[in-house]
Write a protein that binds this ligand. Structure first.
Ligand code: SF4
Length: 329
């Protein structure tokens, strides 16, 4: 199990400035295992009572500030960087960088990067501190390395719904540092360039092309099925960072203008169980987290599309212009 930098002395110092009586702690699922150890330390050092949020948390889009308003004086949120939105209580963000040796994964990536001279490097919050080391390593091995700052993201940082930091880079290929397939898929689909994914936890590297190919086939099939749908659910999230009301309204209007029926369904955590009662609907389009239709499609018995995919269904966009949905602030 990877260890993380929780910056506890800094957290204690910052927290004391708010003189809090009650502090909320929030973690993404992968970091919750550290919650008790941190709560014990923070209660002892700050004198405040700690409340640990056990609800799922997927990003800074999903902060517990609204739920904990009026209950805690301060929220400490681990694992994500802030989004440019207003949080309703004071929040301290701690990135929780993974303590990890990136060099074995970088060394393995060189073979797949051979033939490419200019490399764009991107990663997620937990590995942002490795960016300089990765850049230096690749440069020492003859590459020209670029990374960019995005809309609401730091240099080299991407989110599952924000690939703006990589889009404008003039490079031959990308190296993504992190685990999982979704982020490198997003880079591939938003840039059209080859993407090599290097997992610093396992040291494994792969070209994301085969995975991208499989996902595109699945999405094409979902779009084809959705062309038959007459009654649509437009799914909107009540989470502050995913709450795209104007998009939901536009989607409903676009569907109605194409002679479909459309109903906006608002909920916090989107799940097949909560959508099950709406049997009459033939398909869903999601204005909430852009990852959801791609990651969770297998859980649904009806097509569940992104807004971009709906444009293809309604013949407002060509399949050749397929890309991922993004939330850009
Ligand atoms: S990809 Fe989804 S969960 Fe992640 S930050 Fe964006 S909206 Fe939130």
């Amino acid at each position: 199990m990877a260890d993380y930098q929780f910056d506890t002395p800094k957290v204690i110092k910052e927290a004391k400035k708010y003189n809090p009586k009650i502090i909320g702690l929030q973690f993404p699922d992968g970091l919750k295992i550290h919650a008790i150890k941190l709560a014990r330390k923070l209660e002892k050092e700050t004198g405040a009572t700690i409340l640990i949020s056990a609800d799922p948390c997927y990003g800074a889009c999903d902060l517990a500030d609204t739920k904990l308003e009026g209950i805690v004086d301060l929220l400490i949120h681990y694992g994500h960087t802030p989004l440019p939105i207003d949080y309703s209580i004071p929040v301290i963000f701690i990135e929780a960088y993974a303590k990890i040796d990136i060099i074995p994964a970088l060394r393995s990536s060189l073979k797949l990067l051979s033939g490419y001279e200019k490399i764009g490097v991107a990663t997620i919050t937990q590995h942002l501190h490795l960016l300089d080391e990765a850049t230096k390593f690749l440069e020492e091995h003859g590459k020209r390395v670029l990374s960019g700052k995005g809309a609401g993201t730091r240099r080299g940082q991407i989110l599952g719904c924000n690939f703006s930091s990589v889009k404008k880079l003039d490079v031959d290929a990308y190296l993504f540092i992190g685990s999982g397939d979704f982020h490198p898929l997003g880079i591939r689909l938003s840039t059209g360039k080859p993407v090599i994914a290097a997992d610093p936890y396992t040291g494994q590297v792969k070209n994301i092309e085969d995975f991208a190919d499989r996902i595109l086939r699945i999405r094409f099939a979902a779009i084809t099925r959705a062309r038959e749908a007459k009654k649509w659910g437009v799914i909107m999230s009540s989470k502050k960072g995913q709450r795209r009301l104007s998009l939901a309204l536009r989607l409903k209007q676009a569907l109605e203008e194409s002679d479909k029926e459309a109903f906006i369904i608002i909920l916090d955590d989107i799940s097949p169980g909560l959508l099950a009662p709406f049997r009459e609907l033939d398909a869903f389009v999601v204005s909430a987290c852009p990852r959801m239709p791609i990651d969770d499609y297998q859980l649904y018995d009806r097509p569940i599309l992104t807004p971009i995919e709906l444009e293809i269904v309604l013949d407002k966009r060509k399949w050749e212009d397929y890309t991922l949905d993004e939330i850009l602030f």
